[in-house]
Design a protein around this ligand. Structure first.
Ligand code: ISE
Length: 319
């Protein structure tokens, strides 16, 4: 069966998803954006028959089998809950929602539906370099992971970028990477603000060092440095008892370029599951929730000296 989709939000990532979803086993039936002209332009470019500004109406549209949420993070919770209530599979870009409480409501809505309907766009799990790192960690030759060094460097961010977005839009990827790569929850966090880069706008604490400690005791340092100028540079290196292994540095101009194959793979995987009427195999609503709990703790850790504990609730998502 070919899957007819609504794509909500036609900004950079939404438009890119429309492009990749208008071929193969899916088609895009509707696009929406709060900016009507932007939705119409993307619809014209990719031959999408319907474009408007009402995401909730798109979810309920009988021509739509499944939904991709790529609108601003603050709008995710309402849209994902609506899709789940309509019984439609929904792929939601990261973060699942901007607070852990909103993510919990999504987890509960999905539990009430009694089946997996949500996949979260933590695309690093589909990135070949990250998968290779996971294969090495799981293979055991490094021994126990002691440290994980991560770098999250962006060439530049707009003036509207906030300290919270350094966590919720950027470091959220590493938070998920740690849980997936090490198979452990994050028990405590700490955030350190070094001297501020003159390249950042005055209100932003850029760079930031985010420290994460897992339940098993691995300590992770994440350099979030979002105005480096020279390129988009993402790295992760595990230091184990018997050796180290890291992703090969690959400096790109933009995240769309660096993770193109990962975005392709995650959406192909999701569409395959939707078309087969099967559970999605990618990151769950609970993964989105767990990452948000850690992200909230990181924001609490702003200006705090030392570790802040992370409260994690029991997993109530359907398996
Ligand atoms: C962007 O929204 C993404 O999701 C990228 O993967 C991330 O690296 C970047 O920092 C975000 O702004």
């Amino acid at each position: 069966m070919s899957v007819a989709l609504a794509v909500i939000g036609t900004g950079v990532i939404g438009a890119d998803h429309v492009r990749r979803l208008t071929s193969g086993t899916s088609s895009v039936a509707v696009v929406t954006d709060i900016d009507a002209a932007r939705a119409e332009a993307v619809a014209r470019q990719y031959g999408v028959p319907v474009a408007h500004t009402d995401g909730l109406a798109a979810i309920l549209d009988p021509r739509v089998d499944a939904v991709v949420v790529a609108s601003s993070a603050a709008s995710h919770a309402e849209l994902v809950v609506a899709a789940v209530a309509a019984g439609k599979p929904v792929f939601c870009e990261k973060p699942l929602a901007t607070t852990a409480e909103d993510c919990r409501l999504i987890v509960e809505a999905e539990a009430a539906a009694g089946r997996r309907l949500v996949q979260v766009g933590f695309m690093r799990r589909y990135d070949e370099a990250c998968r290779e790192l996971k294969r090495v960690v799981d293979g055991g030759e490094l021994g126990a992971p002691l440290l994980l060094h991560c770098r999250h460097r962006n060439p530049a961010v707009p003036d509207t970028f906030t300290d919270e977005m350094m966590i919720n839009e950027a470091a959220i990827h590493e938070i998920d990477l740690v849980r997936w790569l090490l198979g452990e929850e994050i028990a405590a966090v700490s955030v350190v603000w070094p001297r501020r880069s003159a390249r950042a706008h005055r209100a932003l604490h850029d760079p930031m060092l985010v420290w994460l400690r897992t339940t098993g005791g691995t300590v992770v340092d994440v350099e979030v440095n979002v105005n480096v100028g020279y390129g988009y540079d993402i790295r992760a290196e595990v230091v184990g008892e018997h050796g180290t292994f890291g992703t090969t540095p690959a400096i790109a101009t933009h995240w769309l370029e660096r993770f193109r194959a990962a975005y392709d793979a995650e959406l192909a995987d999701w569409v395959r599951a939707v078309a087969a009427g099967a559970d999605p195999q990618g990151p769950t609503a609970y993964d989105g929730y767990a990452a948000a709990v850690v992200a909230d703790a990181c924001v609490t850790a702003f200006g705090v000296d030392g570790w802040v504990p992370v409260p994690i609730a029991a997993d109530r998502s359907p398996r």
